[in-house]
Structures are given as structure tokens and as C-alpha cells.
Write a protein of this length. Structure first.
Length: 432
């Protein structure tokens, strides 16, 4: 991996330097080994100190992105322990942090009259923008140093993933404010990574809870031959809605993990709601796509129609709608096909994206205008517009999930740094 690709006409530059393997060992393997030797809550500090010593950095810190992608929190900096500097949350829009997250490329800034060079590198795994690695160096880094910074940043993504189940530090860093009990339950139902890149597709979701949580969830999973997605919306608000959502998501995941098809997953979710849902119900959409031939299967349980962006045009897919999970009337669930072609963007959402003042947002136009954005940024941009239309006070949860389908002919990703750079967002999100 190289942060600055070699010139095409320079054969010497195109060959790895003699100490390339040593940089890999110290940058990637060295970071992993140092983190493994430390306590989970101290793993990032150990890597920061290692980088500080190797690159003579004035400071090294890790910034973790929040759930919405609108801010980062500085979890610590090598050399700052003695100062007692508290963690600081920093707004992302319009900053160099926004640029690095959006483009997934490192950036450098000269500061203090040229005496310091700040380097910011993305910490990303399979398209999930986990955070940023930031260093203050006494001089501009050469190509080898940039390579080591990039490799260490990529290693940090794995370190965070490996350690976040052992400590609440990373969960705390992802929250802009304390969560209510209902929101705490709701967030635990979401996938651990809100975005994922694979060769055949890219998926990303975003959820903004209402003031009184409405029970929205989304989920995805990748198996050997399929990718499966779901979006659900439980009736009611607050803890009651969160508990209904827990029943529905638990039933869907349990059936899915037992190898059940979509019809059986829907049936078990419905049966669970009847048995334990206290007369509540949950709407939902289930989608399964074959990674072998691109074939689709789809179930709609009383949910808003999905949208498809194709060749710059957005249209609602008029699918058959069956009853929500838990409605006590005899019915079944029809497995349908969706017309999904390489280059399409599929959008699944909840009714919080369509109700109240969200109606003032031209959703189809916004989806079309964000077509050049990575699904990660597109989802966040659309959610932000809905929140703004409601003056920051949502009456119902707003949830949206974007799937870019690349097609089964795509079998490999070019993603040495944890992100496929060709799919990154080159331009900022539209502001109006």
C-alpha cells in the first residue's frame, strides 16, 4: 500500500524499497502485536506510543466517528496523559476530517509556520469508517512514513473491532449524547458495522431515533453465496417498541442462522409476535440476493415500498404487500423477485422518512442528487435532510438503507487500506 502512488514512468519508484517488508512488519504486524499485549482499553494508546517513537511524532491520537458520522471524539493522544486533557468531540462537516472520511485518502496540513505537519489517515474496515488516525510530525513524511501510517491506520480498524466487545470506551465514543433505555436496546439490535463493502455490492444504513424511540431497526449479513438485508419498524414508542423490535429481530436472525428461507423467516417472526408480542406488530422488508447469479428474493410485510435508482432515475418498486408480523389474521408471506441490475442503487426505508415534515423533503430527487456519493455518505445525507426538515425533533424514527449492486462479475475488491477508493465520495454532499 502506498499513500502516494509511484510515477508510472519510473521503474525504480514502482519497485518496493529494500526495507518494504520491514515497514509492513512494524506498521501492520507491529501494531497488532503491541495492541494484543495491552489491555483492551489501552490498546490504542500502546499503538500511539509506538508510532510516536518510530516517527518522532509530537502527538498521535485516534478519533472515533459517532453513529451519525457528524462528529468525531478524540479518545487520547500519546504524550497527552500528563496534561489530563479530557476527550473532545469535534464537529466533522467542513473540516479536513470530513474530507478524509469522505475520500478515504490521507491528508496533510502544514501548521505552526511550517514547523509541524499534521497527517490524518482513515481508519476503515470493509468500507466502515470507524475513525481517523492523526499525527503531528516535525517534518513532512516521506513515502515510507506515509506507507507505515496507512498500514497502521488499517491495523487500528482491526484493533478496534477486536477490542470493542471488551470495553465500553468505543461505544461511548460513538454517542453524541446519552441514550435512553429504549435507544440503548435499539442500538444493540443494529449490525456492529453500519456499512460494508464487498466485491458484488456495497451496503450502508443510518438510523436517527425519534425523541420517543419508534422501534426501527436494520440488519444485513453476508454468507458464502448470499447477502441478506432487512428493515423493520415496530409499532408504538419507547421501551414497548424496542421490546417488539427485539422480538422481531431475534426471530429473524434465529431463523436466518438456522438456514431458513425468506418465507420461513417471515413466518417465524410473525409467530413470535403472536406468541410474545402482547398484541403488537412489526412491519418489515426482507431481501436476499444471490452472489452467484444475482437472483433476488423479497418479502414485504406491511412496509413502505423500496426505491430504485437506475440511470439517474428514481422509481418506487410496486411490490406485493403482505400483513405486518403479528397481525392476528390468517395470511402468508409471498416471496417476490426484484429487478436488480449492476449499477442499480436500492433504497429501503421506514415510514419515518415519509411522515410529518419529512414530506417536505423531495426524497426521490435527493436520492438522485446523492448518486455519486458512497452509500455511507448518501444515507447520512438523506437522514440529515429529514432531521433538518423536522427542526431536529423527529416524531418517528427515521431509517434508511442503501445497497449499491455491482454485479456477480465483480469478484475482487481493490481495498488495501480498508476501503475501495474507486467508490469513495469525491465531492461533498449537496447542501440544498
Amino acid at each position: 500500500m502506498s499513500a502516494h502512488p509511484p510515477d508510472a514512468d519510473s521503474e525504480a519508484d514502482s519497485r518496493p524499497s529494500p526495507d518494504h517488508d520491514e515497514h509492513i512488519r512494524t506498521g501492520l504486524a507491529g501494531a497488532l502485536a503491541a495492541a494484543e499485549a495491552a489491555a483492551p482499553v489501552e490498546s490504542l494508546d500502546v499503538v500511539a506510543r509506538m508510532l510516536s517513537q518510530r516517527l518522532h511524532a509530537k502527538s498521535v491520537s485516534f478519533l472515533l466517528t459517532d453513529f451519525t458520522g457528524t462528529s468525531v471524539v478524540r479518545l487520547g493522544a500519546a504524550g497527552d496523559v500528563e496534561t489530563g486533557e479530557p476527550p473532545r468531540r469535534i464537529a466533522v462537516p467542513g473540516t479536513v476530517y470530513d474530507e478524509v472520511i469522505r475520500t478515504q485518502r490521507p491528508a496533510t496540513r502544514t501548521e505552526d509556520g511550517g514547523s509541524t505537519v499534521r497527517v490524518i489517515a482513515p481508519v476503515t474496515n470493509r468500507g466502515d469508517a470507524i475513525g481517523l488516525l492523526e499525527l503531528s510530525l516535525p517534518s513532512a513524511p516521506d513515502r515510507a512514513a506515509m506507507r507505515e501510517i496507512g498500514e497502521t491506520a488499517h491495523a487500528l480498524a482491526y484493533i478496534v473491532i477486536a477490542n470493542r466487545s471488551y470495553t465500553d470506551v468505543y461505544q461511548w465514543g460513538r454517542r453524541t449524547k446519552p441514550l435512553s433505555l429504549a435507544a440503548e436496546i435499539q442500538h444493540r439490535l443494529l449490525p456492529s458495522s453500519l456499512a460494508c463493502e464487498a466485491a458484488q455490492f456495497t451496503v450502508a444504513g443510518s438510523l436517527e431515533p425519534a425523541d420517543h424511540v419508534g422501534g426501527d431497526t436494520f440488519d444485513y449479513v453476508i454468507d458464502r453465496d448470499t447477502v441478506q438485508l432487512s428493515v423493520t419498524d415496530a409499532m408504538g414508542h419507547d421501551v414497548d417498541a424496542a421490546l417488539l423490535a427485539t422480538l422481531a429481530v431475534g426471530a429473524l436472525r434465529g431463523a436466518r442462522r438456522a438456514g431458513a428461507g425468506l418465507a420461513e423467516q417471515a413466518r417465524q417472526a410473525h409467530r413470535t409476535m403472536l406468541d410474545h408480542g402482547r398484541q403488537g406488530y412489526v412491519t418489515g422488508q426482507l431481501l436476499r440476493i444471490s452472489l452467484l447469479d444475482g437472483g433476488t428474493e423479497f418479502v414485504n410485510a406491511g412496509h413502505p415500498w423500496p426505491l430504485r435508482l437506475r440511470d439517474g432515475r428514481v422509481e418506487r418498486l410496486s411490490v406485493h404487500i403482505d400483513m405486518p408480523f403479528g397481525v392476528p389474521f390468517p395470511h402468508g408471506y409471498r416471496v417476490q423477485r426484484l429487478d436488480l441490475r449492476p449499477g442499480d442503487r436500492l433504497v429501503m426505508l421506514t415510514d419515518g422518512m415519509l411522515e410529518h415534515r419529512a414530506r417536505d423533503v423531495d426524497l426521490e430527487d435527493l436520492i438522485a442528487r446523492t448518486s455519486d456519493l458512497h452509500p455511507r455518505e448518501a444515507a447520512r445525507t438523506v437522514i440529515a435532510k429529514v432531521i433538518a426538515a423536522n427542526d431536529g425533533q423527529l416524531r418517528d424514527d427515521a431509517t434508511i438503507m442503501f445497497l449499491d449492486w455491482h454485479g456477480v462479475r465483480h469478484s475482487r475488491r481493490d481495498a488495501d487500506t480498508g476501503a475501495q477508493l474507486a467508490d469513495a465520495s469525491s465531492f461533498p454532499a449537496p447542501v440544498s
